[in-house]
Design a protein. Sequence first.
Length: 279
Amino acid sequence: MDILANLALGFSVALSPYTLMLAVCGCFLGTVIGALPGLGPSNGVAILIPITFTLGLDATSALVLMTSVYYGAMYGGRISSILLNIPGDEPALMTTLDGYPMAKAGRAGDALVLSGVASFVGAPLATIGMMLLAPSLARVAFLFGPAEYFALYLLAFCTLGGMASNNQAKSAIAACLGLGIAMIGAFLVNQAQAADAKAAEALAQKSGCLACHGVEKKVLGPSYKEVAAKYKSDKGAEAKLVAKVKAGGSGVWGPVPMPPHPQVKDEDIKTIVQWVLSL
């Protein structure tokens, strides 16, 4: 019922004349931007973001305009793919395999029409599917671990090898370049996360938490990894643990009570709890 209520609210906003005007303008601009090779939907949205501030749009109107630009650019990328064999963006790459040969055979109009109909039909269906499946997919995503990520990467490389079977060397070079670009900043992010974890552990040591808990091994109380595993799927775990650290408690991990910690600042307790749950 929540989905139906949210849909009703969304349609009441989307079907207003002002919103429809923004959607039409956004789709037109997006189609023009997408037809220019090399720009693509993401760059098009980034370029037009200042317009939302200049026009003084509220959050909903700005989101409608930018989404329409993205949808228009997704279709616009097919124009250069079909007519020039130059994909306007990454998803349009597959259009060159069938669209450009049709254009060379004098059927460019048919290819553009087929691409437009496919985009028009596919976008609403994909949106509805995402809306219905998003909660379930989010729960599944939390279960992904190293093995699942490795399987996804392996599938990606196998697919890449199959698509570029005529020139494996070029495919390998392109894959390495893509991975190199994707890893820009990843090292710095990992360093920052490691620094935050060390700071949180030092804060736990300073607050006396590690006198009763170990990170991996049980001392008087459970190890922090046991706590993280117990509350892994509990959305309210952070608030519960913050309150328990502050006020103390017993009975969850055995007869040994956990003393209260009124002397520790609330923000410090929150930092420690977030670190524990991330283990």
